[in-house]
Design a protein around this ligand. Structure first.
Ligand SMILES: [Fe+2]
Length: 288
C-alpha cells in the first residue's frame, strides 16, 4: 500500500505566483504529474494543510483544477492558511466523514485495507499557530477507542507537536493541547505515525513514543537557520513530497493482515526535480 503525502502547496488567487515569485500552481502540477507517473499508483493522496494561501473560494477552485489530473483518491486537511468553510465547499467528499457544520474542525477517520487514517484539524481561524481544544481531543480519543489495539493507525495533522529548532516556525507550531495529545498517543501505541506539514522542510522526531514527521512543500521550502532571530525566509530548495510505503504482507509465511504489531511502514522523501526519471538510463547502463 502506498500513501502519498503532499503539503503546503499555497495556491494563490487566480493562480498567480505567490508573492510574485513562487509559481505554486506550476509546482503543484509538477508534483501531481510525478505522483501519476510512479510505477505503482498510491492508494491515497493526503494533503497536510496550507492548500491555498488566503482561503478564498477562487484559490480553492484553482487548486481543484490543478488536482484534476490526479489518479489517486485525494483527502485534504486544513492548515493555518486555509479556510474551513471554503475547503469543505471545494471538497464535498468530506461531507460523509466530517461534522455537518462547515465551520467546525475538519476532523475525519478513514479505513483503507484494515488501516485507520485519522485527519485531525489543528488550525485556528485567523491564527498562524495550531491548537487542539477539548472537543478535538475528545473526538480523537473516541476514534481511537472505537477500534481494537491491533488496528494500525496513521495520524495526519498540519501543525507539528514537536519543536524543530527553527524558532521562526516553532513559535507557531501546535501551541494548545500538545501535552494532552502526547498522553493520548502514549495510551494508543497503535498510532504508528504522526504526519504533519507546516514547516516546509523534512523533519522527524520520536515524540510521545511515536515517529512524528513533517513533509516538504510541493513549492517553496523555508530556510534552514537555527538563529532565534532568523525570519521564515523562503528558499528554492527542491520541492517534494513523502511516500509512505506499507508492507501489505509483512509475514509472508503467515499471510496475516496488517496489524499494529506487524505494520512495516517506511517513509520515502521524494524531491520533485525538473530532470526526467532516470530508471531507463540505469537500465541502459546495466552491465551485461
Ligand atoms: Fe505553509
Amino acid at each position: 500500500m502506498l500513501i502519498a503525502q503532499i503539503s503546503d502547496p499555497h495556491i494563490a488567487e487566480d493562480g498567480r505566483p505567490l508573492g510574485q515569485v513562487v509559481d505554486t500552481v506550476a509546482y503543484l502540477k509538477r508534483t501531481i504529474a510525478h505522483i501519476n507517473a510512479l510505477p505503482q499508483k498510491p492508494d491515497l493522496v493526503i494533503a497536510s494543510g496550507d492548500l491555498v494561501d488566503k482561503g478564498t473560494a477562487n484559490e480553492y477552485e484553482v487548486l481543484r483544477q490543478a488536482l484534476a489530473p490526479l489518479q489517486s483518491s485525494f483527502w485534504p486537511l486544513p492548515g493555518n492558511h486555509d479556510n474551513r468553510v471554503a475547503l469543505r465547499e471545494a471538497f464535498p467528499q468530506l461531507n460523509t466523514y466530517c461534522a455537518a457544520d462547515f465551520e467546525s474542525p475538519v476532523c475525519y477517520s478513514l479505513f483503507h485495507k484494515n488501516l485507520q487514517i485519522i485527519c485531525l484539524d489543528t488550525s485556528v481561524p485567523n491564527a498562524p499557530y495550531g491548537a487542539l481544544e477539548f472537543d478535538q481531543l475528545a473526538w480523537l480519543e473516541k476514534q481511537l477507542a472505537a477500534h481494537t489495539p491491533q488496528t494500525a493507525c496513521l495520524l495526519f495533522m498540519h501543525h507539528p507537536p514537536f519543536q524543530t529548532g527553527l524558532q521562526h516556525m516553532d513559535g507557531i507550531n501546535l501551541r494548545t493541547g500538545q501535552a494532552e495529545l502526547a498522553e493520548i498517543i502514549k495510551k494508543n501505541p497503535r498510532v504508528k505515525r504522526i504526519c504533519c506539514g507546516h514547516v516546509h522542510r523534512v523533519t522527524q522526531q520520536h515524540w510521545a513514543g511515536c515517529l512524528a514527521l513533517t513533509a516538504p512543500s510541493t513549492a517553496h521550502q523555508l530556510v534552514l537557520n537555527f538563529d532565534p532571530k532568523s525570519s521564515a525566509a523562503l528558499i528554492f530548495e527542491p520541492p517534494g513530497y513523502l511516500l509512505h510505503w506499507i508492507d501489505e504482507d509483512p509475514d509472508s509465511t503467515q499471510k496475516q493482515p496488517i496489524t499494529a504489531d506487524s505494520l512495516n511502514i517506511v517513509t520515502h522523501y521524494i524531491p520533485v526535480l525538473e530532470t526526467p526519471p532516470i530508471q531507463h538510463y540505469y537500465k541502459d547502463l546495466r552491465p551485461t
